[in-house]
Design a protein around this ligand. Structure first.
Ligand code: GCO
Ligand code: MG
Length: 404
């Protein structure tokens, strides 16, 4: 079998998604997600200008060899653009291989290690009463675990809180300039324990509660927060410090037993080396889409397993159903599965990307369709062309830019 066509499809059924479609001489097709939120077209160019010409004529069964040649051959390794592009090729090749075998991808990854995949959903509120309503809505939808994010008294706009629709999904700002949000760490650190206290008082001790600090704290601030949250037994504290500095987590880890989750902006295993071998974290959070695909993410999970660290694949709305499908196959197969983030997509997105995975009673299953189980409606995709959109920036009250 040979690859005869490699096509990059950009579509915006409410938000932008980048998809690679490979076609073989036997008529089999494979899809891969290459969506890099807010920087989509850089990956489109990487794929269309630099990768697609290398793929035609290759045997699609040679996944490891293709991965290594794209990673090593570029010389300029790592980074989100490169790794999103390689991820799309990797997943499209796995899709083809599994279709050729007539099996759902998870069977090629060792088969099912569980019956279904536990998820967490997002609950957001501008204040505590609104957050409690949002938690109630997620529980009514069946979610077994909930991430809680709340507005902070005195702050106008906080990421993931102020701009969400009824389902908890962030409202997208398709505009020429990023939205400017504001930030005050002291106010945040005072408020979050009260948020946990209110949610525990309303929903009891058993509901797994997660919280995302979105890289906004210094190590000592993160240590304080981890300690203050201990009485409420959070499932995890996510991205408490900026991701570039692995050493920051040493201080946080020494100071608190609150479990730590890290990695949605990581691209390779090298970003995790100290965190895993020193057992500084409890969950690895990379997305298939941003980590170079199923091949390296499977290796990361096997590495993490040696240190009792579990998987928790990043699953926001900006991972397309193609990336989500690949994640769900991996979740079903790996032994050290922890939890899967899942917000779902809009009905229109689910029409553009018809998928076999299902979400029932708060649990995902990849389905039994051969491959990753996603079909791209190219006509509908073309009817919703790319629209520029930016992620926000965050500023302190004196105007200083801060992590958001
Ligand atoms: C999460 C994330 C996302 C990211 C988003 C950026 O935990 O799901 O923090 O909401 O901010 O994916 O594009
Ligand atoms: Mg996050």
């Amino acid at each position: 079998m040979k690859i005869v066509d490699a096509k990059v499809v950009v579509t915006s059924p409410g938000r932008n998604f980048v998809t690679l479609k490979l076609t073989t001489d036997e008529g089999l097709t494979g899809l891969g997600d290459a969506t890099l939120n807010g920087r989509e077209l850089a990956v489109v160019s990487y794929l269309a200008d630099h990768v697609a010409p290398l793929l035609t004529g290759l045997d699609p069964h040679r996944i490891e060899d293709t991965w290594q040649s794209l990673y090593r051959g570029a010389y300029w390794r790592r980074g989100p653009v490169t790794m999103a592009a390689i991820a799309a090729v990797d997943v499209a090749l796995w899709d083809i291989k599994a279709k050729a075998a007539g099996l759902p991808l998870y069977q090629l990854l060792g088969g099912a290690s569980r019956e279904r995949i536990g998820t967490y959903g997002h609950a957001n509120g501008r204040d505590i009463p609104e957050l409690l309503d949002s938690v109630r809505a997620r529980l009514a939808e069946g979610y077994p675990a909930v991430r809680i994010q709340s507005g902070i008294p005195g702050l106008k706009a906080v990421y993931g809180v102020s701009d969400t629709d009824d389902t908890g999904a962030p409202v997208l700002h398709q505009q020429a300039r990023p939205l400017v949000e504001d930030w005050d760490t002291a106010a945040y650190l005072r408020h979050v324990p009260a948020v946990f206290e209110a949610v525990r008082a309303e929903f009891g001790p058993e509901l797994p509660l997660l919280h995302d600090s979105h890289h906004r704290l210094t190590p000592i601030q993160a240590a304080r927060l981890g300690r203050d949250l201990e009485p409420y037994r959070p499932f995890w504290l996510e991205d408490c410090t900026p991701a570039e500095n692995q050493e920051a987590l040493r201080l946080v880890r020494r100071s608190t037993t609150t479990p730590l989750a890290v990695g949605e902006v990581f691209n390779t295993v090298y970003d995790y080396q100290a965190l895993i071998t020193e057992q500084l974290i409890d969950y690895v959070r990379s997305a298939v889409t941003h980590f170079g695909g199923v091949t390296p993410l499977r290796k990361l999970f096997d590495f993490a397993a040696q240190y009792q660290i579990k998987s928790a694949i990043h699953g926001p709305e900006d991972i397309s159903p193609v990336g989500m499908a690949a994640a769900v196959h991996l979740d079903l197969a790996v032994h050290n599965f922890g939890i899967q983030e899942f917000s779902g997509h809009t009905p229109l997105t689910d029409e553009v990307f018809r998928h076999a995975y299902t979400f029932t009673d708060g649990h995902l299953h990849p389905g039994e369709a051969p491959g990753i189980g996603v079909e791209l409606d190219e006509e509908l995709a073309a009817a919703h062309p790319y629209a520029p959109a930016y992620l926000p920036v965050n500023r302190l009250h004196d105007g200083t830019v801060h992590d958001w």
